[in-house]
Design a protein around this ligand. Structure first.
Ligand SMILES: [Zn+2]
Ligand SMILES: [Zn+2]
Length: 224
Protein backbone atom coordinates (compact mmCIF):
# COMPACT_ATOMS: atom_id res chain seq x y z
CA UNK A 1 0.00 0.00 0.00
CA UNK A 2 1.52 3.30 -1.09
CA UNK A 3 0.76 6.85 -0.04
CA UNK A 4 -1.89 8.70 -1.96
CA UNK A 5 -3.32 12.20 -2.12
CA UNK A 6 -6.91 10.89 -2.00
CA UNK A 7 -7.00 8.25 0.73
CA UNK A 8 -10.16 6.32 1.47
CA UNK A 9 -11.82 8.12 4.39
CA UNK A 10 -14.74 5.73 4.83
CA UNK A 11 -15.58 5.34 8.50
CA UNK A 12 -13.71 8.48 9.56
CA UNK A 13 -15.68 10.89 11.70
CA UNK A 14 -15.96 14.61 10.93
CA UNK A 15 -12.96 15.71 13.01
CA UNK A 16 -10.68 12.98 11.69
CA UNK A 17 -11.77 13.63 8.09
CA UNK A 18 -11.08 17.36 8.42
CA UNK A 19 -7.68 16.79 10.00
CA UNK A 20 -6.63 14.45 7.19
CA UNK A 21 -7.98 16.74 4.47
CA UNK A 22 -6.22 19.76 5.96
CA UNK A 23 -2.89 17.96 5.95
CA UNK A 24 -3.45 16.84 2.34
CA UNK A 25 -3.96 20.51 1.41
CA UNK A 26 -0.54 21.25 2.90
CA UNK A 27 1.06 18.66 0.63
CA UNK A 28 1.03 15.70 3.01
CA UNK A 29 0.28 12.22 1.69
CA UNK A 30 -1.65 9.46 3.40
CA UNK A 31 -2.24 5.73 3.46
CA UNK A 32 -4.61 3.54 5.42
CA UNK A 33 -2.94 1.50 8.13
CA UNK A 34 -3.83 -2.13 8.86
CA UNK A 35 -5.99 -1.15 11.85
CA UNK A 36 -8.12 1.33 9.89
CA UNK A 37 -6.07 4.29 11.09
CA UNK A 38 -4.49 6.74 8.65
CA UNK A 39 -0.74 7.15 8.35
CA UNK A 40 0.25 10.63 7.19
CA UNK A 41 3.61 11.75 5.92
CA UNK A 42 4.71 15.38 5.72
CA UNK A 43 6.38 16.79 2.61
CA UNK A 44 9.74 16.61 4.40
CA UNK A 45 9.49 12.85 4.03
CA UNK A 46 10.21 12.38 7.75
CA UNK A 47 7.45 13.89 9.86
CA UNK A 48 4.72 11.35 10.44
CA UNK A 49 1.30 11.52 12.03
CA UNK A 50 -1.25 8.85 12.84
CA UNK A 51 -4.94 9.67 12.71
CA UNK A 52 -7.51 7.30 14.19
CA UNK A 53 -10.94 7.16 12.50
CA UNK A 54 -12.66 8.52 15.60
CA UNK A 55 -11.32 11.78 17.02
CA UNK A 56 -14.37 13.12 18.81
CA UNK A 57 -12.47 12.66 22.08
CA UNK A 58 -10.31 15.80 22.53
CA UNK A 59 -7.33 13.84 23.86
CA UNK A 60 -7.17 11.66 20.75
CA UNK A 61 -7.52 14.69 18.52
CA UNK A 62 -4.66 16.56 20.23
CA UNK A 63 -2.47 13.47 19.99
CA UNK A 64 -3.10 13.12 16.25
CA UNK A 65 -2.80 16.85 15.54
CA UNK A 66 0.41 17.47 17.54
CA UNK A 67 2.98 16.46 14.89
CA UNK A 68 0.89 18.16 12.21
CA UNK A 69 0.77 21.41 14.18
CA UNK A 70 4.50 21.23 14.91
CA UNK A 71 5.25 20.83 11.23
CA UNK A 72 2.87 23.64 10.30
CA UNK A 73 4.45 26.16 12.69
CA UNK A 74 7.97 25.20 11.60
CA UNK A 75 7.00 25.63 7.95
CA UNK A 76 5.18 28.91 8.19
CA UNK A 77 7.25 32.05 8.41
CA UNK A 78 5.72 35.22 9.77
CA UNK A 79 5.92 38.04 7.24
CA UNK A 80 5.53 41.65 8.41
CA UNK A 81 4.02 44.25 6.13
CA UNK A 82 5.29 47.84 6.58
CA UNK A 83 4.96 50.84 4.23
CA UNK A 84 4.23 48.57 1.26
CA UNK A 85 7.24 46.40 2.10
CA UNK A 86 7.25 42.76 3.11
CA UNK A 87 9.77 41.81 5.78
CA UNK A 88 10.79 38.23 6.54
CA UNK A 89 10.09 37.46 10.21
CA UNK A 90 13.09 35.14 10.42
CA UNK A 91 16.00 36.96 8.69
CA UNK A 92 14.73 40.49 8.08
CA UNK A 93 14.93 40.17 4.27
CA UNK A 94 12.86 42.90 2.59
CA UNK A 95 11.00 43.05 -0.71
CA UNK A 96 8.07 45.04 -2.07
CA UNK A 97 6.68 42.03 -3.91
CA UNK A 98 4.43 39.58 -2.08
CA UNK A 99 5.22 36.72 -4.48
CA UNK A 100 8.94 37.19 -4.21
CA UNK A 101 8.62 37.12 -0.40
CA UNK A 102 6.73 33.84 -0.70
CA UNK A 103 9.59 32.54 -2.85
CA UNK A 104 12.09 33.71 -0.24
CA UNK A 105 10.40 32.09 2.77
CA UNK A 106 9.80 28.79 1.05
CA UNK A 107 13.24 28.48 -0.55
CA UNK A 108 15.26 29.79 2.40
CA UNK A 109 13.27 28.80 5.42
CA UNK A 110 11.40 25.62 4.69
CA UNK A 111 12.89 22.18 4.58
CA UNK A 112 13.15 20.62 1.15
CA UNK A 113 10.13 18.57 0.27
CA UNK A 114 10.72 14.92 -0.44
CA UNK A 115 8.66 13.06 -3.00
CA UNK A 116 6.93 10.20 -1.18
CA UNK A 117 7.17 8.05 -4.30
CA UNK A 118 10.69 8.50 -5.69
CA UNK A 119 12.30 10.39 -2.74
CA UNK A 120 13.44 13.24 -4.98
CA UNK A 121 13.95 16.54 -3.12
CA UNK A 122 12.05 19.61 -4.27
CA UNK A 123 12.94 23.04 -2.93
CA UNK A 124 9.61 24.83 -3.14
CA UNK A 125 6.00 23.85 -2.50
CA UNK A 126 5.06 24.66 -6.10
CA UNK A 127 7.88 22.50 -7.51
CA UNK A 128 6.79 19.78 -5.10
CA UNK A 129 3.18 20.12 -6.24
CA UNK A 130 4.21 19.98 -9.89
CA UNK A 131 6.41 16.96 -9.26
CA UNK A 132 3.65 15.03 -7.46
CA UNK A 133 1.53 15.36 -10.60
CA UNK A 134 4.05 13.17 -12.46
CA UNK A 135 3.08 10.35 -10.10
CA UNK A 136 -0.64 10.96 -10.59
CA UNK A 137 -1.41 7.29 -11.25
CA UNK A 138 0.11 6.22 -7.95
CA UNK A 139 -0.85 9.17 -5.78
CA UNK A 140 -4.32 9.80 -7.05
CA UNK A 141 -5.79 6.48 -8.17
CA UNK A 142 -9.38 6.54 -9.38
CA UNK A 143 -11.86 6.02 -6.55
CA UNK A 144 -12.87 2.43 -5.88
CA UNK A 145 -16.08 1.55 -7.73
CA UNK A 146 -19.21 1.91 -5.63
CA UNK A 147 -20.61 -1.47 -4.54
CA UNK A 148 -23.53 -2.71 -6.64
CA UNK A 149 -26.79 -1.49 -5.11
CA UNK A 150 -28.82 -4.20 -3.35
CA UNK A 151 -31.63 -5.51 -5.54
CA UNK A 152 -34.88 -3.80 -4.62
CA UNK A 153 -36.88 -6.08 -2.31
CA UNK A 154 -40.22 -4.62 -3.41
CA UNK A 155 -40.41 -6.48 -6.74
CA UNK A 156 -43.64 -8.31 -5.80
CA UNK A 157 -45.19 -5.12 -4.54
CA UNK A 158 -44.33 -3.38 -7.79
CA UNK A 159 -45.92 -6.20 -9.79
CA UNK A 160 -49.10 -5.98 -7.71
CA UNK A 161 -49.13 -2.24 -8.18
CA UNK A 162 -48.81 -2.49 -11.96
CA UNK A 163 -51.55 -5.14 -12.14
CA UNK A 164 -53.95 -2.99 -10.11
CA UNK A 165 -53.11 -0.01 -12.31
CA UNK A 166 -53.95 -2.17 -15.31
CA UNK A 167 -57.31 -3.14 -13.76
CA UNK A 168 -58.02 0.52 -13.09
CA UNK A 169 -57.28 1.33 -16.71
CA UNK A 170 -59.59 -1.48 -17.95
CA UNK A 171 -62.34 -0.37 -15.56
CA UNK A 172 -62.04 3.24 -16.63
CA UNK A 173 -62.22 2.02 -20.23
CA UNK A 174 -65.39 0.03 -19.53
CA UNK A 175 -67.02 2.95 -17.76
CA UNK A 176 -66.15 5.25 -20.67
CA UNK A 177 -67.67 2.78 -23.16
CA UNK A 178 -70.85 2.47 -21.12
CA UNK A 179 -71.06 6.23 -20.72
CA UNK A 180 -70.79 6.62 -24.51
CA UNK A 181 -73.46 3.96 -25.01
CA UNK A 182 -75.90 5.73 -22.64
CA UNK A 183 -75.09 9.14 -24.10
CA UNK A 184 -76.07 7.95 -27.57
CA UNK A 185 -79.50 6.80 -26.34
CA UNK A 186 -82.62 8.94 -26.49
CA UNK A 187 -83.86 10.11 -23.07
CA UNK A 188 -86.84 7.71 -23.08
CA UNK A 189 -84.58 4.79 -24.02
CA UNK A 190 -82.16 5.78 -21.25
CA UNK A 191 -84.97 5.86 -18.64
CA UNK A 192 -86.12 2.45 -19.84
CA UNK A 193 -82.57 1.13 -19.52
CA UNK A 194 -82.19 2.55 -16.01
CA UNK A 195 -85.49 0.98 -14.88
CA UNK A 196 -84.33 -2.37 -16.23
CA UNK A 197 -81.10 -2.00 -14.29
CA UNK A 198 -82.83 -1.03 -11.06
CA UNK A 199 -85.16 -4.00 -11.50
CA UNK A 200 -82.18 -6.26 -11.87
CA UNK A 201 -80.62 -4.64 -8.84
CA UNK A 202 -83.79 -5.06 -6.80
CA UNK A 203 -84.02 -8.68 -7.80
CA UNK A 204 -80.43 -9.30 -6.88
CA UNK A 205 -80.83 -7.41 -3.61
CA UNK A 206 -83.79 -9.54 -2.64
CA UNK A 207 -81.59 -12.57 -2.93
CA UNK A 208 -78.98 -10.93 -0.75
CA UNK A 209 -78.86 -13.06 2.35
CA UNK A 210 -75.30 -13.05 3.45
CA UNK A 211 -71.90 -11.60 2.75
CA UNK A 212 -71.02 -13.91 -0.16
CA UNK A 213 -74.25 -12.93 -1.87
CA UNK A 214 -73.29 -9.33 -1.50
CA UNK A 215 -70.10 -9.99 -3.44
CA UNK A 216 -72.10 -11.73 -6.16
CA UNK A 217 -74.34 -8.71 -6.37
CA UNK A 218 -71.36 -6.45 -6.75
CA UNK A 219 -70.09 -8.73 -9.53
CA UNK A 220 -73.44 -8.50 -11.29
CA UNK A 221 -73.52 -4.73 -10.98
CA UNK A 222 -70.07 -4.59 -12.47
CA UNK A 223 -71.24 -6.68 -15.42
CA UNK A 224 -74.08 -4.24 -16.22
ZN1 LIG B 1 14.14 35.20 5.54
ZN1 LIG C 1 8.80 11.59 -7.29
Amino acid sequence: MTYTTNPNLNGFDKKATKLVKDTLKMGWVAKRGKKSHMVLQAPDGKTMATVQPNLEAARLYDQAAAPIEAWRSKNSVEVKEEDGKFICGLCGHETDNRMSMLGHTTSRHSEPRVCPVCKRKLSTPSAYGQHLKTHRDILNPPPEPEPEPEPEPAVEEQAVESISTEIEVIEADEIAKRRAKYASMSTSKLVEEMLKMSELLGEAASRLSHYEEKNKLIDEVLKM
